[in-house]
Design a protein around this ligand. Structure first.
Ligand code: ADE
Length: 224
């Protein structure tokens, strides 16, 4: 998979890709992530990427021209499955959307700032909009990092077997069961006996029962 992230604040998004699973996925050659400074595509003397809103009002608007120049340049290099605008009014990210995106080859993520982008970007240049939840962030960068993380960990080979994404919460519309590690007893707090029994069938049944009970208690709507 190849992901291009367009931002006017590249430093804000560099670190999530320089550590842990996202870093390893790149090192293994399973994903390439290219962070693009939108300012490189600005045409004005001051390299502005935003301007005042027509009609007045507080807040700057990201201009269409640098964004169009950037997307056109990228599209000349490869064909994209989706050009995504990160926006609080987009389709809400969930595990099913992450699964869908993990099957794509080439993605662009455009990070908005200020009051957002000129509406013509959304009308003509973007193929889908994604929100990570009903709250407003200062920009799309953190949201793009969240989407990239949720998607890249699903690419076969990114996770090792013992951290397989198949046992994640939400993967089967259930919350993951509790997990424990040594010591088997700490300050009198014990690990459930079944997990120490070595009886794999009982352990699997316990995990499934716990998953269902947890989902009922915490997120009953997932069982509908
Ligand atoms: N940009 C600002 N807020 C956002 C959100 N909640 N999701 C995605 N992009 C955003």
């Amino acid at each position: 998979m190849h992901i291009d992230i367009i931002t006017c604040l590249p430093r804000l998004i560099e670190s999530p890709f320089s550590d842990s699973i996202l870093k390893r996925a790149q090192a293994k050659g399973l994903v390439t992530v290219n962070i693009i400074d939108l300012r490189q595509y600005a045409t004005s003397k001051h390299k502005s990427t935003d301007d005042y809103a027509f009609g007045g009002g507080a807040g700057m608007v990201m201009m269409i021209e640098p964004i169009d120049n950037c997307i056109t340049d990228l599209k000349n290099q490869r064909t994209y499955d989706d050009i995504i605008y990160m926006s609080p009014d987009g389709e809400r990210l969930n595990q099913s959307l992450a699964n869908q995106l993990s099957l794509k080859n080439n993605l662009i993520m455009l990070c908005g700032h200020y009051k957002g982008v000129d509406e013509r970007v959304r009308e003509h240049l973007i193929t889908r909009e994604i929100s990570i939840g009903d709250y407003v962030l200062s920009g799309g960068e953190l949201a793009a990092a969240v989407v990239a993380d949720a998607v890249v960990r699903l690419i076969p080979g990114v996770l090792s077997d013992e951290t397989s994404a198949l046992s994640d919460s939400f993967q089967d519309d259930l919350i993951a069961p509790p997990v424990y590690t040594r010591p088997a007893e700490y300050k009198g707090w014990k690990v459930p006996d079944v997990l120490l029994s070595g009886h794999q069938a009982n352990i699997e049944k316990w995990r499934m029962d716990e998953s269902i009970a947890r989902t009922k208690a915490r997120r009953p709507e997932l069982l509908d």
